[in-house]
Write a new protein. Structure first.
Length: 441
C-alpha cells in the first residue's frame, strides 16, 4: 500500500463500553485495517461528556465540543455511540449534511428517525450504516439489505434483547419468579439500574421497527410496533409451558401478511410467547440473541450469537466502519433506504395467533363447559384444555386452575373472549394470556 494514500479520518462520539472497544480496535489493528480498506484509518478525536485524563487515551484526543469535532475538515466518517435520541440525532444530521458518512449503533434513534437520516444521507451522497443497532455482533442488517436483496422476505422473528432472555431463562431453569430473576440479572450487570426499556419491551420494539423497515421495504417506526413486556410472566406459566412441550421467550416478530382480499400488510410486534422446545429459538438461553429469517427462495436462515456487550457490538460497528471507509476510497456507496413497497401496518387485532389462557375457577361441575362456551361464541377453536385442582397452605382444596390452548384466532376475538371469561361467576381470575408461536396449527 502506498504511503501517498490519503488517510480516512474518523471521529468517535461516545467512549463507553462500545466506544472504548472501537477506539482500541482502531488503534491496535491499524495495519490490518489499512490493508483491508486501502488507506490508513486515523482516529481524529473522541467526543465525550466529560474530558478527563483518566480515560485511558491521550487527553488531547478527547473533546466535549461535539459540533466542533463533527465539523472538522479532516473527519470523513463519524461513529455515533453516545445515544440517546438527542443529542445523537443532531450530531448525525450535522455530519451527513456536511458530507461525512455515519456509522451508528443507536437503535432508539434509528427506530424513530430512519427516514429523516436516510434522506440526509441520500442528499449528501454518503453512507449511513447501523448494523450494530440490532442484535449486537450478529450480522442481520447486512444479510437483509444485501444477501437477500433479490429474495422476498416473509418473516423475521427472534430474541433481540439479552436482558429479558436471561431473566426468562433463569425463571425456566431455576423456578425463580420475575423479581428474583431480575435481581440476579442486575447483579451480573445484564440489567440496567432502570430496566424498563428492556423488561417492558421498548428495546425489542425499536429493533423490530428497524428489521421490519428493511425486510419489507416499508418505513416502520417504534410507534407502529405492538408491544408487551415480561413483567407478568409467572413461574406457573413455565410449569404449564413445560407440560405443553414449550418454553417462554420474548419475541420480536416482523411478518408480511396477505389479507383475504389479497392486500399485503406488515405486522411488527413484541411480546412474551410460548415456543415449542423443538423450535430453534427455544434453545437460545442466557444473554444470547438469535434471529430467524424466512424468505421465499432461501427458506429459513438463523443468526445466533452475542447480542450485546462492548466487544461484540464493537465488532458490528467496525464492520460498518470498514465498509464506509472502503466506499470513501473506492468512490462507491452502500445500500440506500428501500421504502418502495409502502405497505400498510396491520393492527394487532387482525393478527391470527395461537393463545395460552390460564385462569382460576370455582371447583364445581359445569365450569369447564361454561368456559368452553365463551370461546365457542367467538369462534375461537380450543386445541387443548388442562384442569388442575388447587390447595391452600393447609392442604385443603380451594378451587381449580384451567389452562386453555387455542388454535389460531385473531387478537380481537381472543380479547373479547377473555373479557367475557372475566365476567363469568365461575371464573375467579385470569392469570395469564400468552401467545403460542412457532407451530403450524
Amino acid at each position: 500500500m502506498s504511503t501517498e494514500e490519503k488517510p480516512i479520518g474518523v471521529a468517535v462520539l461516545g467512549f463507553g463500553n462500545v466506544g472504548s472497544q472501537v477506539v482500541r480496535i482502531i488503534e491496535e489493528s491499524a495495519q490490518d485495517l489499512a490493508a483491508r480498506i486501502g488507506a490508513p484509518l486515523v482516529l481524529r478525536g473522541i467526543g465525550v461528556r466529560r474530558v478527563a485524563d483518566d480515560r485511558g487515551v491521550p487527553v488531547e484526543m478527547l473533546t466535549d465540543d461535539i459540533d466542533e469535532l463533527v465539523g472538522r475538515d479532516d473527519v470523513d466518517i463519524v461513529v455515533e455511540l453516545m445515544g440517546p435520541v438527542e443529542p445523537a440525532r443532531k450530531a448525525i444530521l450535522t455530519a451527513l449534511e456536511q458530507g461525512k458518512s455515519v456509522v451508528t449503533a443507536n437503535k432508539a434513534l434509528m427506530a424513530v428517525s430512519t427516514g429523516e437520516l436516510a434522506q440526509a444521507a441520500e442528499h449528501a451522497h454518503v453512507d449511513l450504516y447501523f448494523e450494530a443497532a440490532v442484535a449486537g455482533a450478529i450480522p442481520v442488517i447486512r444479510p437483509l439489505t444485501q444477501s437477500l436483496a433479490g429474495d422476498t422476505v416473509i418473516r423475521v422473528a427472534g430474541i433481540v434483547n439479552g436482558t429479558t432472555n436471561y431473566i426468562l431463562s433463569e425463571m425456566d431453569s431455576t423456578g425463580a419468579d420475575y423479581t428474583a430473576a431480575l435481581a440476579d440479572a442486575s447483579a451480573l450487570g445484564y440489567a440496567e439500574a432502570d430496566p424498563t426499556a428492556d423488561v417492558e419491551g421498548y428495546d425489542a420494539a425499536a429493533k423490530a421497527a428497524i428489521l421490519a423497515s428493511i425486510a419489507f421495504h416499508t418505513r416502520v417506526t417504534a410507534d407502529d410496533v405492538y408491544r408487551e413486556g415480561i413483567t407478568k410472566v409467572t413461574p406457573a406459566d413455565f410449569v404449564s409451558a413445560r407440560a405443553l412441550g414449550c418454553t417462554i421467550k420474548l419475541l420480536a416478530i416482523c411478518e408480511r401478511l396477505t389479507t383475504d382480499e389479497g392486500q399485503q400488510r406488515v405486522s411488527a410486534r413484541v411480546y412474551p410467547a410460548l415456543v415449542p422446545l423443538t423450535h430453534p429459538l427455544a434453545s437460545v438461553n442466557g444473554a444470547f440473541n438469535a434471529v430467524v429469517v424466512e424468505a421465499e427462495a432461501a427458506g429459513r436462515l438463523m443468526f445466533y450469537g452475542q447480542g450485546a456487550g462492548g466487544a461484540p457490538t464493537a465488532s458490528a460497528v467496525m464492520g460498518d466502519l470498514v465498509m464506509a471507509a472502503r466506499n470513501r476510497v473506492q468512490g462507491g456507496r452502500g445500500p440506500r433506504e428501500s421504502k418502495y413497497a409502502k405497505l400498510p401496518i396491520s393492527p394487532i387485532g387482525f393478527i391470527p395467533t395461537r393463545y395460552y389462557v390460564s385462569m382460576n375457577v370455582a371447583d364445581r361441575p359445569g365450569v369447564l363447559s361454561a368456559v368452553a362456551a365463551e370461546f365457542g361464541k367467538r369462534e375461537v377453536s380450543i386445541a387443548e384444555v388442562r384442569q388442575e385442582g388447587m390447595v391452600d397452605p393447609e392442604g385443603q382444596r380451594c378451587g381449580a386452575r384451567i389452562v386453555v390452548v387455542t388454535h389460531q384466532a385473531t387478537d380481537a376475538a381472543l380479547s373479547e373472549t377473555v373479557e367475557a371469561l372475566a365476567d363469568l361467576d365461575v371464573v375467579e381470575g385470569i392469570n395469564s394470556v400468552l401467545r403460542l408461536e412457532g407451530t403450524s396449527e
